[in-house]
Design a binder for this molecule. Structure first.
Ligand code: 5AD
Ligand code: SF4
Length: 440
């Protein structure tokens, strides 16, 4: 058989990056080889995201741009999957808008992707499959991992929280935890294969096991994984502040491999807005969780997601957010402008905020976090830290890696150190990323 090539375009979060590794695994098993070139590809897959409007808009543009190629190359298969297709009616409307798209599949149809493709190839007919309801966990897909020395491992799927701005619970269904033994065995084999940093993934890892029929929580899981011998780091994301408790913090503290770094999305610093968001904690309760972490693990990095422009956010509410960001002194924050998502509760709320006001607030918030980053960077000056060398940046001519607190450090080396733990001394500090030199 001639070589057949696939390309995958990924949108959105880490969850999607890992899911794309599963799609790649299926395609490789079918005999396809990866390419980065649209012209060479026999199949192009779009793994979509719908968490914010801009991700959707860029998908529409990219799929549309393939029309001429599809005209030229009749055998080319274009498949669109992931969160966006799972929204009410969106899968069908994608099929209508783009008559040259061959396969549309939902978030819960990944395990059937091979069949869908084979169907398309055999019958020549366009296929759409979007399963509603709960996910049935599929343990039989072997992902084609693309981020050595890092590896992602799902611990759970879906979300039960229904934050009023968020589309995730509608497109990924209710929480489903994998069996502890499945997770532990996957991590064990990754460590045996030489992976050095394992990140456990879930929309809200702190509720691991809560809806399952086993009596085992996330703290139990990381404690058990930590017993696996080897030279590796363990990370996890994302957390929900309402579910972070002392048991989890102590599990991190007492572990050998878990990084002292916790992602704790706050979203807003205003108790009024948090209630409208259905976050189930107040500003004070959030800060108490920050204290809990810092009381037990003073050096622990805490990062966050912060949103501006949620409906009814006044200038005063926004200033509460700015104040909280300063008080919590985050070691990094992803900042977002609220994006209206059809089907969520917030979509139908009164009091949507003017775009210009949102823009002004995000710029002010980013300035505040940047100033915190610069201050924290200064503390790195002259310090020697251990980083895991993860990649080589062709453009900059530097290797790059992160310390256990998640700080990215660039450094020069004449030998390939990807996958090794390296001691570097920080010689230049600017914004959030630092420049270092290898010790000795
Ligand atoms: N608009 C803007 N940001 C959002 N997020 C989730 N939904 C929206 C939305 N509708 C952000 C939250 C979440 C992160 C993954 O994405 O901050 O923590
Ligand atoms: Fe969305 Fe909230 Fe669930 Fe996170 S916890 S995925 S923000 S609904």
């Amino acid at each position: 058989m001639d070589n057949k090539f696939y390309k995958i375009n990924i949108y959105g979060c880490q969850m999607n990056v890992h899911e794309s590794e599963k799609i790649a695994g299926i395609l490789e098993e079918m005999g396809y080889t990866f390419t980065n070139d649209d012209n060479l590809a026999d199949i192009i897959v779009f793994n979509t995201c719908c968490i914010r409007e801009n991700a959707e808009n860029s998908l529409i543009g990219h799929v549309g741009a393939l029309k001429p190629l599809k005209k030229k190359k009749k055998g080319l298969i274009i498949a669109v999957g992931g969160c966006m297709t799972q929204q009410n009616g969106v899968g069908e409307s994608l099929m209508k808008t783009f008559p040259f798209v061959d396969v549309v599949f939902g978030t819960h149809n990944l395990h059937n992707f091979k069949n869908l493709l084979e169907n398309r190839i055999k019958t020549g007919k366009r296929v759409i499959e979007i399963k509603e309801g709960d996910l049935s966990i599929c343990e039989s897909i072997t992902p084609k991992r693309t981020s050595y020395p890092n590896a992602w491992v799902n611990v759970m799927y879906g979300c039960n929280n229904f934050c009023t701005y968020c589309i995730v619970p509608y497109v990924r269904g209710r929480e489903k935890s994998r069996m502890p033994s499945d997770v532990i065995n996957e991590v064990k084999s990754l460590i045996n294969e030489g992976y050095k940093e394992i990140t456990l993934l879930g929309q809200n890892v702190d509720s691991y096991g809560k809806t399952a029929d086993f009596n085992y929580d996330f703290a139990d899981l990381i404690t058990e994984i930590d017993k696996i011998e080897g030279d590796y780091r363990l990370r996890f994301m994302s957390n929900h502040p309402k579910d972070v408790n002392e048991k989890l913090v102590l599990a991190v503290k007492n572990s050998k491999h878990v990084c002292r770094s916790i992602h704790l999305p706050v979203q807003s610093g205003s108790t009024k807005i948090l209630a409208l968001m259905n976050r189930k904690y107040t500003r004070e309760e959030y800060l108490e969780k920050v204290n809990l972490i810092r009381r037990h693990i003073p050096e622990c990095a805490i990062t966050s997601d912060v949103m501006v422009g949620f409906p009814n956010e006044t200038e005063e509410d926004f200033l509460d957010t700015v104040d909280l960001v300063k008080q919590a002194s985050f070691d990094g924050a992803f900042t977002f402008v609220y994006s209206k998502r059809k089907g969520t509760k917030a979509y139908d709320m009164d009091g949507h905020i003017d775009e210009a006001v949102k823009k002004d607030r995000i710029m002010r918030l980013v300035d505040v976090q940047n100033a915190i980053n610069r201050e924290k960077s200064k503390k790195y000056n002259g310090k020697t830290v251990t980083i895991l060398c993860e990649d080589y940046d062709d453009k900059k001519g530097f290797y790059q890696g992160r310390d256990e607190f998640g700080r990215m450090i660039y450094f020069y080396s004449n030998k390939n150190l990807i996958g090794e733990f390296v001691d570097v001394t920080v010689v230049e500090t600017g914004g959030i990323s630092l420049k270092g030199e290898i010790k000795g």
